[in-house]
Design a protein. Structure first.
Length: 350
């Protein structure tokens, strides 16, 4: 029974974290023969018969096959994911003092892996986007669930289990663990059902910035072999209209036309405030602290456009919000933006 981790074992955690990052980030095409064998072994581990296996070139295509298919067939994502995770956690706790080492391992690895990877990729794209794609399925069934498994969502658990079972030599249910390990490393996104398993290929492009956020300039941050693409700028998903162009080609006028505040912020960041002010002929009317009231005479609207420019003190990001044309000062604009609350009553300035 393990009572404490040695310094060598603590260092080994980083090795396994890097191993699973590479698996998560892989853009290698699937080996269909190995993936087929992996699906068969995984189904055998949960006492299910071998399903028909359908390969797709993207999760978008896979999700649409699910939507068009027979929804009376039960999905097996919980049996392949949650139930086996519970089994492995139970086995690990038997190898530690009241499960304390498992908690220590879990906390350390989850912090290292999830803070850098899962929070940005899994939620912002894979979970969120696939949930949107699967909305018609969820609606028709009258319940909310995820009927798919993808490596990034499970990698946090598999990193911990792999470290414990392989690195610490804890003894799991060997057959189940090897089957799930093979399944996770050899398949991309999976839609597992009783009679059919849809296996989706890995992306061909997967691009990040220095902070591990999805990011690409002038092209997709994620692209699959069938052309399905996601455009992202420092973690913010962009419409193709913006994403397929380099920020140098973005038009200042888009800042005035874009309704989404987060995308508008990205446009300002990518274009640069100096170019926006120059191209839109912005005139500075008033300033107060980090706030500036601007006026733009443009044919975009029937009346001049007044903007409140705000520079975030902590990040340096520049935000711009449109305010009514009858506002005459930066302080008045701030009050309007904050629903009539005067700046003197601010307890915290943002």
């Amino acid at each position: 029974m393990i009572e404490t981790l040695t310094p060598e074992q603590e260092d080994l955690m980083l090795v396994y974290a890097e191993k699973w990052k590479k698996i998560m980030y892989s853009t290698e095409p699937l080996d269909c023969e190995r993936a087929t064998e992996a699906v068969k072994e995984a189904y055998r581990a949960i006492n299910e018969k071998k399903p028909e296996i359908i390969f797709c070139r993207s999760p978008y295509k896979g999700a649409n096959l699910v939507i068009d298919g027979d929804q009376s067939i039960n999905h097996l994502s919980e049996k392949l994911g949650v139930n086996l995770c519970r089994l492995f956690k139970k086995q690990l706790k038997n190898h530690t003092v009241e499960g304390l080492i498992f908690k220590q391992i879990s906390y350390t690895l989850f912090c290292q892996l999830y803070s850098q990877v899962r929070s940005n990729i899994s939620y912002d794209f894979f979970t969120k986007k696939l949930t949107e794609i699967l909305a018609p399925v969820n609606s028709s069934l009258g319940e909310e669930y995820h009927s798919y498994i993808h490596p990034i969502a499970m990698a946090g658990y598999w990193t911990i289990f792999d470290f414990c079972f392989s690195g610490l030599k804890c003894n799991p249910n060997h057959i189940n663990w090897q089957a799930l390990l093979f399944f996770t490393t050899q398949c991309g996104w999976i839609f597992p059902y009783e009679k059919v398993c849809i296996v989706c290929d890995r992306p061909r492009i997967l691009s990040f910035d220095s902070q591990h956020r999805l990011h690409a300039e002038g092209g997709p941050a994620i692209q699959f072999s069938d052309g399905y693409s996601i455009y992202s700028y420092h973690g913010v998903t962009l419409p193709e209209k913006y994403g397929k162009l380099h920020p140098h080609e973005w038009q200042s006028q888009w800042v005035l036309e874009e309704e989404n505040a987060e995308i508008r912020r990205v446009l300002i960041q990518g274009i640069g405030y100096d170019r926006i002010a120059r191209e839109l002929a912005a005139v500075e009317l008033d300033t107060w602290q980090e706030y500036t009231l601007l006026k733009i005479d443009t044919k975009v609207d029937v009346e001049p456009i007044y903007l409140l420019k705000m520079t975030c003190p902590s990040t340096g990001f520049i935000h711009a919000l449109r305010v009514p044309p009858d506002i005459n000062s930066a302080r008045e604009a701030i009050k309007w933006v904050n629903w009539g609350v005067d700046y003197e009553n601010f307890s915290v300035q943002t």
